[in-house]
Design a protein around this ligand. Structure first.
Ligand code: MAN
Length: 561
């Protein structure tokens, strides 16, 4: 069988049109019959000014500049676009520069499908069964060749394969419709989720505003209030608070007394100096009774003073008492303050045992309840250790927790909205595949494709996995590849291409990326993976999602979906 550049002409196949009749010249295709109806003359198709005798048609001599007078011979093959250029390039005689009027030699192929064969293959001594199953291209039997008519067998096999292809296509299309259905359901679910989230966000927004207003109000009304007592709620807490204040008061007083004592001591020392000097320097011969009495009194006073300072109240002891209370010195008040839970704290402590989402919810509700209870005088509004009243703390926490809940919900809403707007291809069909993975081996690696997620190169030798890119978008590209017998190929036409980019960096090169070319198939399958250039991978993948829809007989698609 001949090489098939000639296949390009298959596009000109005509079905069920006027078949070439007995009276027509050889090789005239159905759409050109009207030019060959005259029994006496023939007018060149592309040059109507030239009229020939009917006998000049197919006389193996190229009389029309457009070759239209030789539909059944190779005489005008030189102006056939598939024939070698005539005169040959570089020839001084120039080129033909003419367009052929006829697309080729028409093989009727009764029992199969008629088709055009390039004129250069007519009567060249080779049976061109691929295009001319009836063998009519070799009527002169050049080189003794006899081309039998094989259209029965070839036509039958062709129809069998066609039927198989049709059934495959139908099955794939059916699977695609199932995927579209699944995608539609997934989309619907996301839409419902978004609607619910919108309501929740709206409610939480209102709650947030309400809590903010409440907090502002409480804070305003509490501002300027001096917090007098310390300690937490509960009876022991109140007592501890009072005791702590009292101890602090006493400590402050003692501190002041110490200062006063030191001042007085200074004064006593100064006076003692004066009197010591007086005693040493006065004139006993000078009969001054007042001075004598003073000196005598000073001597008595000095004799009565202890030689060592009194030891029952050492300065160091006083300094110890004056030290601020803390965990390591004096009284550890925190122990008392936190050791006994207040009435309110008891309610709060069991929250810790709840799962986080429930805890957040309960906490929020409890806060609201607490604010309400405090406002209505059911719970005591005891100030916290930071000096802020319980009411303000509760209002702040209620506000914060409402703000937090609002922003968490808003985040969820935005994520779902992004998900809904993502491009999942025609009919949203790929939505149903998201998150699923398939893989196929090539050389020393397994290559994994996770739909709309990432591609991975996995070493069979256990050298670890390499990220070949994360999904970024869907593109379309025209491909032109030989049809494969097993059907696992892209064929020819516009194909969807999934781009995966920004994978693991290539040594001394860019980040890895993968182009995933999609072809129609009954099942999801990685057909082949090649590294087209260093760290740029090309995957060819079959999937029903990539098929064209074929309407099932008698089932309107819209109703079905
Ligand atoms: C690994 C694989 C190859 C790649 C080289 C680049 O061996 O990821 O596909 O070409 O690294 O260094």
């Amino acid at each position: 069988m001949r090489r098939t550049g000639a296949l390009a002409l298959l596009g000109a196949i005509a079905h069920g049109s006027l078949a070439a009749s007995e009276s027509l010249p050889r090789g005239v295709g159905p759409e050109f019959v009207k030019f060959f109806e005259s029994k006496t003359t023939f007018t060149c198709i592309g040059n109507p000014s030239i009229t020939l005798k009917a006998s000049q048609v197919n006389d193996n001599s190229c009389d029309c500049p457009d070759g239209s007078d030789e539909p059944g011979t190779a005489a005008c093959a030189n102006i056939d676009p598939l024939s070698p250029e005539q005169p040959l390039p570089g020839s001084v005689t120039g080129t033909t520069n003419t367009t052929a009027a006829l697309p080729g030699f028409w093989c009727v192929n009764a029992g199969h499908i008629g088709s055009y064969l390039p004129f250069m293959y007519v009567n060249d001594g080779v049976c061109d069964y691929e295009l001319c199953c009836d063998g009519s291209d070799e009527n002169t039997h050049a080189g003794g060749v006899q081309c039998e008519n094989r259209c029965d067998v070839i036509g039958k096999e062709y129809r069998r394969l066609e039927e198989q292809r049709r059934q495959n296509k139908e099955r794939s299309a059916k699977k695609r419709r199932t995927l579209v259905k699944e995608s539609r359901e997934l989309r619907r679910r996301v839409e419902v989720k978004i609607a619910n989230l919108k309501t929740e966000v709206r409610d939480l927004d209102a709650k947030k505003a309400e809590m903010q207003a409440k907090f502002d109000e409480v804070e305003r009304s509490e501002r300027g209030k001096v917090v007098k007592s310390e300690g937490q709620g509960g009876k022991l807490g109140v007592l501890v608070g009072l005791a702590k204040s009292r101890v602090n008061e006493l400590r402050n007083t003692l501190d002041k007394v110490m200062d006063q004592r030191d001042d007085l001591q200074d004064k006593v020392d100064q006076l003692e100096d004066i009197l010591t000097k007086l005693k040493e320097e006065y004139n006993p011969n000078f009969n001054d009774e007042g001075v004598k009495a003073a000196v005598k009194a000073w001597e008595d006073y000095a004799a009565g003073q202890p030689s060592e300072p009194r030891g029952d109240l050492a300065d160091s002891d006083i300094m110890e008492v004056l030290k601020e209370d803390s965990e390591t010195s004096g009284i550890n008040w925190a122990e008392f303050e936190t050791g006994e839970a207040s009435d309110v704290d008891v309610v709060y402590n069991w929250e810790a045992y709840l799962p986080v989402p429930v805890r957040d919810y309960v906490h929020q509700k409890l806060n609201l309840l607490r604010v309400w209870a405090i406002e209505n005088g059911i719970l005591a509004d005891n100030p916290t250790s930071g000096g802020e009243s319980r009411l303000v703390t509760a209002a702040r926490e209620a506000r914060d927790s409402a703000t937090n809940a609002h922003s968490v919900k808003l985040g969820q809403l935005e994520e779902e909205q992004r998900e809904l707007e993502k491009d999942y291809g025609p009919d949203d069909v790929f939505r149903a595949l998201k998150g699923k993975c398939i893989s196929g081996e090539a050389g020393e690696y397994d290559y994994e494709l996770c739909w709309f997620d990432k591609t991975t190169q996995k070493s069979k030798k256990g050298h670890g996995n390499t990220n070949m890119g994360s999904f970024v978008r869907i593109d379309k590209e025209f491909v032109d590849e030989e049809e494969r017998l097993d059907g696992k190929g892209l064929g020819k036409g516009q194909r969807l291409v999934l781009r995966y980019e920004n994978g693991q960096g290539c040594w001394n090169g860019p980040n890895r990326r993968t182009d995933v070319y999609l072809g129609c198939a009954e099942t999801d399958e990685v057909w082949r993976t090649v590294e087209a250039e260093k760290c740029v991978y090309r995957m060819e993948v079959g999937s029903p999602a990539a098929c064209e829809d074929v309407q099932e007989p008698g089932v309107p698609i819209k109703d079905e979906l």
